[in-house]
Design a protein around this ligand. Structure first.
Ligand code: KPL
Length: 312
């Protein structure tokens, strides 16, 4: 029997993973509610199209709602960071100590909270720079290849299983590596997102264009000082100049991308600012450090998004 993977979180990343994994494993989507019935077909499966390297692929997926009873052996949790814990709680009755949970959230905070609350289970985190967007429901566009790292988060997560997950991702075409220290990778990606995403929202521009704006140029050095200080506190210290070099390199390397945060704002969705610059503000507060630039960027994004997520 083919291995079954449940995917909870029907956004661009969940859709991309579903489409690319489905030739190799049995993918089952977990949906909040049944999909809107397709008028022209009796096929009740969830339709998704994936635009990949100039080709359009069409897929259909078996789905179930969270309250189904079947135990889950491997779960990919691909919801937004602010709904991750609640989403996982909604299927708690289907998880066992033998379940593997792979967290794909952006930013920081939700992963550690889940690893604590689900400490008796095998919890892994992935950090990915794979680019995908969802221009409309049911349609995923692969915007660019990236790199994915997978590593254990909870004490009950054996490293060999991380290797199995990576083998599967590689089979599906994702360039991926295991890491024994996924937290380091999450912090590194967090610092990039702190230096790209809020600027794209405040300046309403593509990733590469932030570099030309005085607003970015006037704040980036002070921002990188704040980020560097927090990286040192977390145990992943790097000088501000390195943090800045990485931010600039990613903005250049993804120059044409619309950041995930700007996509959220444009689609009227809640942003992940609280798990990105907002996380740095909370972390700095907890360690008695100043964070004026992270505060300004967080407030700037909240002011521009309908769903400020103040309560998330
Ligand atoms: O991760 C990203 C995001 O948009 O969230 C970057 C690296 C900024 C690429 O768009």
């Amino acid at each position: 029997m083919r291995h079954r993977i449940h995917i909870l979180g029907n956004g661009s990343l969940g859709g991309l993973l579903a489409c690319r994994l489905s030739p190799f494993v049995d993918v089952r989507m977990i949906l909040r509610s049944p999909p809107y019935p397709q008028s022209n077909t009796d096929d009740k499966r969830l339709p998704l199209t994936l635009d990949l390297a100039g080709e359009r692929q069409s897929w259909r997926f078996d789905w179930e709602t969270a309250d189904a009873a079947e135990p889950i052996s491997t779960l990919f949790l691909t919801t937004k960071s602010y709904s991750a814990l609640n989403a996982l709680d909604s299927i708690r009755h289907r998880l066992t100590p033998a379940s593997r949970i792979l967290l794909w959230q952006n930013g920081m905070g939700s992963q550690m909270q889940i690893a604590q609350e689900y400490a008796d289970m095998a919890v892994y985190a992935a950090s990915t720079t794979e680019g995908a967007n969802r221009p409309e429901d049911g349609r995923i566009v692969h915007a660019g290849h990236g790199q994915t790292w997978v590593g254990p988060l909870s004490a009950n997560a054996p490293f060999q299983e991380a290797q199995r997950l990576v083998d599967l991702l590689r089979e599906a075409g994702f360039s991926s590596e295991t890491t024994k220290d996924i937290r380091a990778q999450l912090w590194r990606k967090l610092s990039v997102n702190c230096g790209v995403n809020p600027f794209t929202v405040i300046l309403n521009c593509r990733n590469g264009d932030i570099l030309e704006h005085a607003y970015f140029q006037q704040r980036i050095d002070a921002l990188c000082e704040e980020l560097s200080a927090m990286l040192f506190v977390a145990g992943y210290g790097e000088p501000a100049a390195n943090v800045k070099a990485r931010i600039v390199a990613v903005a250049q390397g993804t120059a044409n991308n619309i950041s995930s945060m700007l996509q959220d704002v444009r689609a009227g969705r809640q942003t992940e600012i609280n798990a990105i610059n907002g996380f740095i503000c909370d972390y700095a507060d907890a360690h008695g450090q100043p964070h004026p630039v992270n505060s300004e960027l967080t407030a700037g994004v909240h002011a521009l998004s309908d769903h400020s997520g103040q309560s998330a």
